[in-house]
Design a protein around this ligand. Structure first.
Ligand SMILES: Nc1ncnc2c1ncn2[C@@H]1O[C@H](COP(=O)(O)OP(=O)(O)OP(=O)(O)O)[C@@H](O)[C@H]1O
Length: 328
């Protein structure tokens, strides 16, 4: 029987890993078919790729936060032949761990490691719950860097991020609980139009949707913009209700959107009620390419960066898909 080969890439600086790194390394060292690479920077991970491609492991497990997972997936897509991509396993080694909530082994690091080791004990079978997801490639940032991500947000997402950094993560809270607390506080601020949370940004949008359809929206004040290749964000939130056949979901809520308090809960569930209409300021799209022209900041899987201004759109395209294994 073919012995599955598994490569684990750990970012020791990601939230949960800072506590567990030694224990993880000791556990993984017990398996002869597992190679464990601890990368201290994206550059170290990138330098590892050529040798990894040559070794052709069946599975690459990424043990890190959302930023590490997306960056490493981008490297894998950039180095591996498209027809021989490895299966991916995601371990929630970070702080927020939104990606792991959708396609990872488990929501908590401890449970994920236990399940992962049980799967290794069984010889790492390649069958099971496998989910395909694309990875977003994001170009057009002020610093000229190309980035990869699975969740991107702007508008009120930036005010929510600031709140999370100063009031939630600073208290040592992470995971779905921290995102839930941030969400509740932000929605309260948005309902009351508290300027600390309610700051629409003017955005122009152009997309290529399913069957190459072109979608355009003139510059308008946007309250919330979220784009993702994940299906579920956290706590069961799935704010994408367009079912067209294209890899990236984009939901846009305009500044001044009507009946916000009654509409928003149904937006979060991805089951729009009668208030959630384009006329009222709520739209959900699916696209293969999205260009967003605006001046401001973006949160991509927890990393913040500035756009290059209203004349240079931020361009999101999709790479992949990759297949994610969730051992039971
Ligand atoms: N393969 C890698 N190895 C080491 N560092 C990496 C790798 N990929 C990305 N990074 C760096 O890791 C940082 C992001 O950390 P990460 O998102 O994993 O942790 P976190 O902030 O604790 O978690 P979360 O995003 O879940 O809240 C960024 O500075 C990024 O440049």
């Amino acid at each position: 029987m073919h012995q599955t080969s598994v490569c684990v890439i750990s970012n020791p600086a990601s939230g949960n890993n800072r506590k567990w790194q030694d224990r993880v390394a000791a556990r993984l060292a017990a398996y002869g078919f597992v190679t464990h690479h601890v990368t201290r920077s994206p550059q170290e991970a990138a330098a590892l790729m050529p040798a990894l491609v040559r070794a052709r492991p069946d599975v690459v497990a990424i043990n890190g936060g959302d930023g590490t997972i997306a960056a490493t997936l981008g490297m894998i897509l950039g180095h591996w032949p498209a027809d021989a991509l490895p299966l991916i396993v995601v371990l929630p080694g970070g702080t927020a761990n939104m990606t792991a909530g959708d396609i990872g082994v488990a929501a908590t690091h401890r449970r994920a490691l236990r399940r992962f080791c049980r799967w290794l004990d069984r010889g790492a079978p390649l069958a099971g719950d496998i989910r395909a997801r694309h990875v977003m490639r994001v170009e057009g940032a002020a610093d000229g860097q190309v980035r990869h991500g699975m969740f991107m947000g702007t508008g009120a997402i930036m005010q929510a991020t600031q709140f999370a950094h100063s009031h939630v993560h600073s208290r040592g809270l992470g995971g779905e609980l921290s995102m839930g607390m941030t969400l509740i506080r932000s929605v309260w601020g948005l309902i009351r139009r508290d300027p600390a949370f309610y700051q629409p940004t003017r955005v122009r949008m152009e997309m290529t949707g399913a069957d190459d359809t072109r979608i355009r929206r003139d510059e308008a004040p946007m309250l919330i913009l979220v784009a993702s290749t994940l299906e579920r964000l956290f706590l069961g939130i799935r704010p994408f209700w367009n079912r067209a056949d294209a890899p990236v979901g984009l939901t846009a809520i305009r500044g001044g959107a009507a009946h916000f308090a009654r509409a928003f809960p149904s937006v979060l569930r991805g089951r729009p009620n009668r208030h959630v209409t384009p006329e009222n300021g709520y739209e959900s799209f699916r696209a293969g390419r999205i260009a967003l022209a605006f001046e401001g900041e973006v949160n991509l899987d927890g990393e913040l960066f500035a756009t290059a201004g209203p004349d240079v759109p931020l361009v999101v395209t999709a790479e992949g898909p990759l297949r994610f294994l969730r051992p039971r």
